[in-house]
Ligand binder design. Structure first.
Ligand code: PRP
Length: 181
């Protein structure tokens, strides 16, 4: 697996520091909200980030999951988004924080924010580990961003290429030879 990686984008230590910073910001902002706080983790890529982030937030909160699809097995967003797994609970009047591993075109998060707002959430904010602003095709800015990154194909810490590499404990840049076959 390691032989397919051309360089490290974010080491395990850097990822830990990002989680510390974002958790502190979120804790401060929601400490006195008085409303139920729900973290919506978007499967699958966000699971490690969500687990590390939420464990650093000492507030009462709930955790739920959604599975949406936008990429399939290729490296390009299709523009079509489907909900494969939905929330188990009603988000009406709740504060929702959507946790993503990466924002690319922005379509997935835009669609999800709209959906959760339509369901009556009091607030819907977004927290992403990585952001590729130069790839954006819709008007969307995340509220909490771990790191802005260039348009490289990255894997690890949940991020995949064709379902592989999610278990790397850091985030690496995939060698183009792996996906330019
Ligand atoms: C990735 C990522 C986001 C979405 C971002 O998920 O986790 O959900 O794509 O792309 P966009 O900004 O262009 O909409 P993916 O569909 O690869 O699923 P996965 O997390 O299960 O790998």
């Amino acid at each position: 697996m390691e032989k397919d990686i051309q360089g490290v984008l974010a080491s395990t230590e850097e990822l830990s520091r990002i989680c510390d910073r974002l958790a502190a910001e979120i804790t401060e902002n929601y400490r006195d909200s008085g409303r139920p706080l729900i973290f919506v983790t978007v499967l699958k890529g966000s699971v490690f980030f969500a687990a590390d982030l939420i464990r650093r937030i000492p507030l009462k909160c709930e955790l739920d999951f959604m599975k949406l699809s936008s990429y399939g097995a290729s490296t390009e967003s299709s523009g079509f988004i489907q909900v494969h797994l939905d929330l188990k609970r009603d988000v009406k009047d709740c504060d929702v924080i959507v946790i993503e591993d990466i924002i690319d075109s922005g379509r997935t998060l835009q669609k999800l924010k709209q959906l959760l707002s339509e369901r009556g959430a009091h607030s819907v904010r977004t927290c992403t580990l990585f952001d590729k602003p130069e790839r954006r095709v819709v008007d969307l800015c995340a509220d909490y961003v771990g790191m802005n990154i260039p348009d490289a194909f990255i894997v690890g810490y949940g991020l995949d290429y064709s379902e592989q590499y999610r278990n790397l404990p850091y985030v690496g840049i995939l060698k183009p030879s792996v996906y330019q076959k």
